[in-house]
Structure formats: structure tokens, C-alpha cells
Design a protein around this ligand. Sequence first.
Ligand SMILES: *Cc1c(COP(=O)(O)O)cnc(C)c1O
Length: 432
Amino acid sequence: MHEFSYKNGSLHCEDVDLQALTTEHGSPLYVYSAGTIRQNYLAMSQALAGLDHEIAYAVKANSNLSVINVLRELGSGFDIVSGGELFRVIKAGGDPGKCTFAGVGKTEEEIRYSIEQGIYCFNVESEEELIEINRIAATMGKVAPIAVRVNPNVDAKTHKYISTGKSENKFGVDFEYIEGVYERASALENVHLKGLQMHIGSQLTSVKPFVEAVEKVTPLAVKLKEAYGIEFFSIGGGIGIVYEDALASGPESWWTEQSEEDRPLTPALYAEKIVPTLKESGLKILLEPGRYMVGNAGVMITKCLYEKKGSAKTFKIVDGAMNDLIRPALYEGHHEIVPVKEQYDEKVLMDIVGPVCESGDFFCQNRELPNVQPGDFIALMSAGAYGFVMASNYNTRPYPAEILVNGEDAKVIKPRQVLEELIEDELEALNG
Ligand SMILES: *Cc1c(COP(=O)(O)O)cnc(C)c1O
């Protein structure tokens, strides 16, 4: 469920008219609904109410300080994948003591910084990293809290670029070797075994792989609790969101109208299938949702600049591009595209493309959509996760602005980048 809908023929985010926002702030423009983020968080924590659990929002999905702050206010913890993300959480007023640090390539600087700041736990991805954390902690006279990430070798059935729980993926320690790693870790003086972690992939739309992974790994977690006194089992993130019928999926009625089979993964279904097993473990359960928390809470608005009719196709060229939203180019990500003004009688087959000099720079291909004209705005739905965070300055295109909506209030949470800012340091180097 989310808070984007048409009101009086114009697409709104909560009570804010998106057409009016473009007049004030230009395009391309990211717009987030704080209310939707809150709803998502609460739906998840309510579904898991019967379980001793903590939600650690995966910051990499959307790391704007104001977005982090919305989740911080709800009591969320944070799953980070770099020292930079820890820095952001702290600057947003977050507690390092509620941060878990994942990732296969943590640097000495990042490890040192995280120990200094007192993070909750390192999620260690290899034995080599374990040795390194122990060494660094020793030089600081500290004991670092750690969990090891297990690779359960479960097929998440998602795009191969976002699958992480198979033996051929670079993530975690093989299920077969994990106990040996705990045994070695228990002999190290400057690490403390605090938990076990896994994360099998992203944008999972079926509950089955989660169930498979939880049933396979929970007995291991219990064994490790008995052997080493670990406190928590983190089951990762990965809950998928609706991309295809994104706009329709706003009201609650849409969800209840779907047949059991067609219903997208909901926190309630997720919880129903895995809570009984997890509860029995007696461990504190951590979850690391990223996309689920913010994905459907954001859109990217872009303006149609030109219509170009080729012999084979009609192209609508817009002012947003792959540098602003790379999901379609990177992993064939689908975004539903809707006009900001509901005023079209006609639908035509089109490619919507950006100005960047790459043929991969498209938002859709051969899609039948309302016949938007130059000057009209469209919204790319479900762009709140892995959207702005993956933006780049490729083609010397400044970053778009980001807006956070709360009811009738729309606040700029990151101003549009200006060209001077984009080349500032280079100019200094050139003239220095
Ligand atoms: C990316 C990531 C997540 C979040 O994944 P989503 O699909 O956005 O929920 C959680 N845990 C770890 C370790 C990650 O790398």
C-alpha cells in the first residue's frame, strides 16, 4: 500500500500535487512519501509483533538523511554496507549501537571507525575478514562484536545480479564451512560471537525461498547459541515489492482483491510462514529490509522533451536518464510509468528514453502508454529504493532534487545539484 493516487485528474503524493511540485522544483525530481515509509515499517513490525525482533533498515536502498530520520523516529535500527553509511546514520541522529555492518570488502579504516563508534555487530563475510577485525580490535584494545554470514545455498529465484544466497555468489561463508569458522572465532581474543546472519537476495516475490532458508539455517543458529551463546539470528532483507501494477497497489482493497496465488508478498504472509520456526529458536531475530521499506514510497518525475517518430518506433525523449535511475539499464528493472495529468484518450506503443549517449538508456521499450506530448510530465513508480542512491553524474548531468512529502507539506531534502558544485574541486585543481 502506498500514498500515490490521482486526485482531480492529477497525480498526488499524499496531499501534494506532483504537477505543482515540478513547477516549483523542475525535473527530473524524486518525490518520497513519509507516510508510506511509516506504513511499511509499521506493517512489518506489527506482523512480527509475536517475535522478539529488531528491524534494521538497509540504508543502501535510500540513504538520504531525512529518509534515515523517518525510520530512526520509528525506532528502526540500520544495516550498513560502508563506513560512509555509518557516517550518514550518525549525522541523521541515529545510534551506532543499532547498526549492523555487512559487506564482503570492509577496509581497515571502516572497521576502525565502526569499532570506535560502537556498532552493534559486524556481519563477517569470510574467515580472512574475521582475522582482520580481530587484529584491528586488538590494536585498539577492544573486543569487536561479530556475526558470520552464512551462505545457505538457496535459490532466491530473482534476477541473477541481485541473488546472493547461492554457493556461486561472492557473499557469506558456505554452509558446510560455517561451524569451523565459529570454532576458530571463539579462540580469538578480540572478537565476541554475537549472532548469525544470512541474506539470500533482493526483490523476492515468493515466500518459498525465505521458508527454505529459515528452515535450513535455524537449527544451525540454535546449535551456535548452545555452543557459543550467540544472541541473534539475522534473516536479512529481500522482500520484494510490486513494480508491475504499482499505482493500482496503493489502496488496501487492491491487495485483498488479489487471489491468494497472485497476492504479492506481504509482511503478514512472510511472518505467518517463518515466525513459528524462528520463535522456537529462542533467539532475537533481526531483519534487514531495504527495498520493502522505501521502494513504493518514491517516484521519479520526468518531463517529455521530444517525440521522435522513427521508421520502426516512436520514441518519447525525456529529461531523466539512466544516470538518474539506472535500474532498467542495470538489471532490466521494470517501473510502471504513468502520466502526472490524467488527460489522455489515446495510448500508443513507445520507447521512453533519456538523453544519455547509451542505447541502454531507456525507461521502457515497446510499451503501450498514454500518448504524452512534449512538455508533459510522467512518473516512474516504485523508484524509492535503489533509485537516487545509484545516480551518477555521467554525461555531466547534475543530480536531481529529492523531496519528502508529509501530508500537505513538501520539503526539499536534497536540492538539485548545480553545475558549479559538480566541477568545484576540479576547477580548484585546475587553477591551483
Ligand atoms: C542489500 C542488503 C539488504 C537489503 O536488501 P533489500 O532487497 O533491499 O531488502 C539486506 N541485507 C544485506 C546484507 C544487504 O546487502
